[in-house]
Ligand binder design. Structure first.
Ligand code: HEC
Length: 380
C-alpha cells in the first residue's frame, strides 16, 4: 500500500529516502539557478526586445549606459564610444552575408538617415560576423547601400569583444561557430543613444509608428526641429533614394521590377496574382500581405515613409511596359535550404553545393558553410 511518504513517478515508486534525495537535489538546483540569474542579471538577450515592445510610447527615459567599444570601421578608422560622446547616435546589428533580415534592417537605417538630412547624428551598424566582415567587406557593403552618407559608420567587431558588446546593449548576437545548426542569431532592434552615451530608446523598425518615434527621438535628443524631407519627384530617383535598387537590382535578394505589368506572380501560398496597380500598392504598403514565392528576405513596408504623390509616381513607373526580365508566368522552382528550412529560388546564381543526390540550395553562405562542414547532420 502506498502511504503519504511515497510518490509515484512514471513507473518507479519513491521511497522516503529517494524523496529526500530528490528534494535536496532540486533545492540545490534552485539555488544554483538563482545564483546564475543573479550574476547574469536579467535575461539580457531579450531585454532590448522587451523595451522595443513598448513601441512608440517610449518616453526617451535614460535606460542604461551604452557599452564601451573600440572597433575599426569601413574607412579603417577606429571608432570608440568615447568618440561618439557629444553626438546622438543610432545603433543596429547586421552582417553583410545575411540574406534574410539584414537587408531589411539596412534599408531602414538608410531611410532613417535620408529622413534626417542635416541632423548632426551618427548611425552605427555593428557587424555581428567578426569572421567575415572586415573593414574592406563593410566598405563594399556601404557602396551598395549608401555610398554618399558620411554619418553612417559600419564597424567590424572581433570574436573576443562581440559578446561583451551584445551584452552591453542587451541584444542577442551569437555568431554561429562551425558545426552550429543555426545561422548567426541577432536582434533586429534599433538602439537610440544620447549625447552622453546613455541609451534612451529601443525600437523595432518594422512598425511604422516605432520607426517614426525613432526618427522623432533623434531630432529631440539632437535638439534639431523637424523639417520636411525633400522627396525626389521622378520615379528613378525615388527608386534609388528609397533603397529599392539596393535589393531589386540584386537578383539574389529580390526580383527585377521590369516588364512585369499584367504578368502572373506566384505567392508563397501557391496562389497566383496579377501584377497590377492594387498589387504593387499593397507590395509597398503592406508587403507581408502577399509574399512572392522563394524569397527568404522580406520586403520593407514604406507605409508612412512616402507621400501619396511619390507612391503614385512609383506605382505608375513600376507598371510601365518594358521588356520582361522575368515574366513570372512560368512556375517558380524553389528548393528547401536543409539548414534553416527556408524556401529559396533555384536560379543560376543561387548558392548551392553538389551532393550525390543532386544540388542542395541555401539561403546564405552561412547555411552553406554549416552544411558543407557536416552534411550528415542534415541527413545528406
Ligand atoms: C530590403 C530589400 C528590399 C527593398 C529595400 C525593397 N524591396 Fe521590394 N521586395 C523585396 C523582396 C525580397 C520581395 C519579394 C518577397 C516578397 O514579396 O515579400 C519584394 C517584392 C516587391 C514587389 C512585388 C514584386 C513582384 O515581382 O511581384 C514590388 C512591386 C516591390 N518589391 C517594389 C519595391 C519598391 C518600389 C521598393 C522601393 C520603394 C522596394 N520594393 C524596396 C525586397 C526589397
Amino acid at each position: 500500500m502506498r502511504g503519504p511518504s511515497t510518490w509515484t513517478m512514471g513507473c518507479s515508486v519513491m521511497t522516503p529516502a529517494r524523496w529526500l534525495l530528490v528534494l535536496g537535489t532540486s533545492a540545490l538546483l534552485t539555488v544554483a539557478l538563482l545564483v546564475a540569474v543573479r550574476f547574469a542579471g536579467p535575461p539580457k538577450a531579450s531585454r532590448a526586445e522587451a523595451f522595443a515592445e513598448q513601441g512608440p510610447a517610449q518616453k526617451l527615459e535614460a535606460m542604461w549606459a551604452a557599452p564601451d567599444f573600440a572597433f575599426v570601421d569601413d574607412r579603417n578608422v577606429t571608432v570608440t564610444r568615447q568618440a561618439l560622446v557629444g553626438k546622438v547616435w543610432v545603433a543596429n546589428f547586421v552582417f553583410t552575408q545575411c540574406r534574410t533580415i539584414c537587408p531589411l534592417l539596412t534599408s531602414k537605417m538608410v531611410q532613417l538617415m535620408r529622413r534626417l538630412p542635416g541632423v548632426d547624428a551618427r548611425f552605427v551598424s555593428f557587424s555581428v560576423d567578426p569572421e567575415h566582415d572586415t573593414p574592406a567587406v563593410l566598405s563594399a557593403y556601404r557602396q551598395r547601400w549608401a555610398a554618399d552618407e558620411p554619418r553612417w559608420t559600419l564597424l567590424a567587431t572581433t570574436q573576443a569583444t562581440l559578446p561583451q558588446l551584445a551584452a552591453g546593449f542587451h541584444v542577442t548576437a551569437t555568431p554561429g561557430a562551425a558545426g552550429d545548426l543555426d545561422p548567426i542569431m541577432h536582434s533586429g532592434v534599433f538602439v537610440l543613444v544620447d549625447k552622453q552615451g546613455v541609451v534612451r530608446g529601443v525600437f523595432d523598425s518594422e512598425h511604422a509608428a516605432d520607426f517614426q518615434a525613432l526618427e522623432r527621438g533623434v531630432r529631440v535628443l539632437a535638439g534639431e526641429p523637424g523639417r520636411v524631407v525633400d522627396e525626389p519627384t521622378d520615379a528613378v530617383s525615388l527608386y534609388h533614394a528609397l533603397s529599392c535598387a539596393s535589393c531589386h537590382e540584386n537578383e539574389a535578394l529580390a526580383p527585377k521590377l521590369v516588364g512585369l505589368v499584367g504578368s502572373k506572380r506566384e505567392l508563397d501560398t501557391g496562389i497566383r496574382v496579377t501584377f497590377d496597380d492594387a498589387y504593387v500598392r499593397e507590395s509597398l504598403l503592406s508587403p507581408d500581405a502577399k509574399r512572392l514565392r522563394g524569397y527568404p528576405l522580406r520586403m520593407p513596408s514604406y507605409d508612412g515613409l512616402v507621400s501619396g504623390a511619390a507612391l503614385d509616381t512609383l506605382v505608375s513607373w513600376l507598371l510601365r511596359p518594358g521588356s520582361a526580365v522575368d515574366a513570372g508566368s512560368s512556375p517558380v522552382e524553389v528548393a528547401e535550404d536543409p539548414v534553416c528550412h527556408m524556401q529559396v529560388r533555384v536560379t543560376a546564381d543561387a548558392l548551392k553545393s553538389e551532393r550525390d543526390g543532386g544540388a542542395v540550395y541555401f539561403c546564405s553562405s552561412h547555411c552553406q558553410r554549416r552544411f558543407d562542414d557536416n552534411p550528415a547532420a542534415f541527413g545528406r
